[in-house]
Design a protein around this ligand. Structure first.
Ligand SMILES: Cc1ncc(COP(=O)(O)O)c(C=O)c1O
Length: 480
C-alpha cells in the first residue's frame, strides 16, 4: 500500500517534540538533552527515579508512555502530583505548569470545586450505560454557552472530531472533508493527514498539497477522502471547492492553528471559509477542542464572530477529566439517532458528566475566563519586555489564555510559515525553562496554556524570570 509519504523521522514525529534521539515516532523530546545535562554551569534536575521508571516502563509500554506525544526518551517525565498551576515530578522537582495537560486543566490541577462534584457522583456508581441528569445538564450548558442547539458527549477530542465528520457526511450525503495543513484533530485516520511534519517540504506543492499520512497504518482509500489546504488562503480553498465541491461534506477547521502556537486567522479568513462552505452546500465544523470554553464562553466561534454548523469541544470542558462533545445545528444533529451511528460505553459517563457540569458552570458564572485572560496578558507583557530588551524580533500568537511566542518579524500565515521562524531558539529556551522550574512543551509548536490558578501565586513572575535566564543562556550558547 502506498501512502503519500513513507514514514520518516520527520513525517511521523508528532508536533511539539524535539527529536528524542534518533527515534522517529516520538512526540516529545527531551526537554533536556544529555549534552545539556552535562553542562555543569547550567541548572540540572534530579532525574534518578524517573530514569529508573523509564527503563522499567519501556519494557512494557512502547516508548515508556501511553501516548507517542509523551515519549521523550530518557527525558520522559513521570509525574507525581499537581496542585493549582504547579506540578511535581516523581523526583520531587517542582514546575510552574504551562502545558496544563495540553490544555484541559483550565482552572488548575486538583480543583476542589470540580473534584468534590466528581467524588460525590462517583460514590453513586460510575457505569450504567444509561443516561444521567448530569448529561442533560451538560448539553443544556453547551447550548446556553455556545451556538450549539444540540450536543452529544464523547470521551475524547478524537472521538468528537470523528463523530462530527460522520454526522456531516451523513447530513450532506457527501464523502470528502477539507482540512488545513498543520492542524491536529486527534488520532483517528481521517484526522491524520498533513498534520505536523518537521520538514514542511513533505507537504508537497503549496498550490497542490499532497495528502500526507502521519505514519503507517492509514489506508490510502481514506487519505483520498481528505483534502488538505493551506490555512489562511481563501483563493486555494475556493479552487478546491470549484474542483471537487459536489463531493465535499465539510470543512473541518481549528479556528486558530492551535498546533502551530495558535497562528491567528487573517482578517476575513474564517468568514470567507463560512461563505465558501455555504455557497457549495458543505458544512463548516469548528474544532474547538482547544479553543472551546477558553477563548470565550462560546469559544472561538464567539471570539471571532463566525458561526459554524457543527463544533467539537473537549479540553476545557472537564478541567482535565475525560469529557468531550460535538454539537451544532438542530437539523444537522437530528441525523442522530436514526440515520448516523454514534455511541460508546463511556459516552457521557458519570465522572465526565459531573466534571463538565461543575467546570462549565464555573466558567459560565464566575470571572475565571477574565482572570485567565488577564494573567496571560501579564505573562506576555513580561516576556515581551525581556525579549525587547535583548533586541529580538518576536510576535505573540493565539489568545492570552493559550498563546505562543515566536522569534520572527511577523506572524506566519500558515504551518509552512512556522518553519521560517527561529524555532531552534525557542526550543533551546523551552529546555532552559524546564531546567529552571517552568514547563512549557519543549517544542515550538505547542502553545502555553494559562489556568485560573496561575493568578493565585507568583507563577507569572517565575515564568518571566525563568524565560529571561533561559533566553540568555540560549543566546550565549548560540554566540559561542
Ligand atoms: C484541536 C484538537 N482537536 C482534537 C484533539 C484530540 O483530542 P484528544 O487528545 O482528546 O483525543 C486535540 C488534542 O490535542 C486538539 O488539539
Amino acid at each position: 500500500m502506498a501512502i503519500d509519504n513513507p514514514p520518516s523521522s520527520s513525517s511521523t514525529r508528532p508536533a511539539a517534540v524535539p527529536a528524542a534521539g534518533a527515534d522517529a515516532g516520538l512526540r516529545g523530546q527531551a526537554a533536556v538533552t544529555p549534552a545539556d545535562a552535562d553542562a555543569a554551569s547550567r541548572p540540572a534536575l534530579s532525574r534518578r527515579r524517573q530514569l529508573e521508571t523509564w527503563r522499567r516502563a519501556s519494557k512494557v509500554l512502547p516508548g515508556g508512555t501511553n501516548s507517542n506525544f509523551r515519549a521523550w526518551g530518557e527525558q520522559t517525565v513521570y509525574v507525581d502530583r499537581g496542585k493549582g498551576g504547579r506540578i511535581w515530578d516523581a523526583d520531587g522537582n517542582e514546575f510552574v505548569d504551562l502545558r496544563m495537560g495540553y490544555g484541559p486543566v483550565i482552572l488548575g490541577h486538583a480543583d476542589p470545586r470540580v473534584d468534590d462534584a466528581v467524588n460525590e457522583r462517583m460514590r453513586r456508581g460510575v457505569s450504567f450505560s444509561l443516561t444521567s441528569e448530569d448529561e442533560v445538564r451538560v448539553a443544556e450548558l453547551i447550548a446556553e454557552m455556545t451556538f450549539c442547539e444540540m450536543a452529544r458527549m464523547t470521551v475524547s477530542g478524537t472521538e468528537a472530531t470523528m463523530h462530527a465528520i460522520r454526522v456531516a457526511r451523513g447530513f450532506t450525503r457527501r464523502d470528502k472533508i477539507v482540512k488545513f495543513e498543520g492542524q491536529y484533530h486527534g488520532v483517528h485516520d481521517y484526522a491524520l493527514i498533513s498534520v505536523l511534519p518537521n520538514d514542511v517540504s513533505a507537504l508537497g506543492d503549496r498550490d497542490n498539497p499532497v495528502r500526507l499520512a502521519w505514519g503507517r497504518g492509514i489506508p490510502q482509500a481514506i487519505t483520498q477522502t481528505v483534502i488538505p489546504a493551506p490555512y489562511n488562503d481563501l483563493a486555494t480553498l475556493r479552487r478546491v471547492f470549484e474542483r471537487e465541491g459536489d463531493d465535499i461534506a465539510a470543512v473541518l477547521i481549528e479556528p486558530v492553528l492551535g498546533n502551530a502556537q495558535g497562528i491567528l486567522p487573517g482578517e476575513g479568513f474564517l468568514q470567507g471559509v463560512r461563505d465558501i462552505t455555504r455557497e457549495f452546500g458543505a458544512l463548516l465544523i469548528f474544532d474547538e477542542v482547544k479553543t472551546g470554553f477558553r477563548f470565550a464562553p462560546g469559544g472561538a466561534a464567539e471570539y471571532f464572530g463566525v458561526t459554524p454548523d457543527l463544533a467539537t469541544y473537549a479540553k476545557a470542558m472537564g478541567n482535565g477529566y475525560p469529557a468531550a462533545a460535538f454539537g451544532g445545528r438542530r437539523d444537522v444533529m437530528s441525523v442522530l439517532p436514526d440515520h448516523v451511528s454514534h455511541g460508546g460505553t463511556y459516552a457521557g459517563n458519570r465522572v465526565a458528566a459531573a466534571a463538565a457540569v461543575a467546570t462549565l458552570t464555573i466558567l459560565r458564572e464566575t470571572d475565571a475566563l477574565e482572570t485567565i485572560r488577564r494573567t496571560g496578558e501579564r505573562m506576555q507583557q513580561g516576556l515581551g519586555e525581556v525579549i525587547s530588551r535583548r533586541g529580538l524580533p518576536h510576535v505573540f500568537t493565539g489568545h492570552p489564555a493559550m498563546f505562543g511566542v515566536m522569534f520572527a518579524e511577523r506572524m506566519p500565515n500558515d504551518y509552512r510559515g512556522w518553519a521560517q521562524t527561529d524555532h531552534e531558539l525557542y526550543d533551546a529556551v523551552a529546555a532552559g525553562m524546564i531546567r529552571r522550574g517552568a514547563m512549557p512543551e519543549p517544542d515550538s509548536r505547542e502553545p502555553w496554556f494559562v489556568c485560573e490558578a496561575h493568578a493565585a501565586d507568583d507563577s507569572v513572575d517565575r515564568v518571566v524570570a525563568t524565560f529571561a535566564a533561559a533566553l540568555d543562556e540560549a543566546l550565549e550558547a548560540r554566540a559561542g
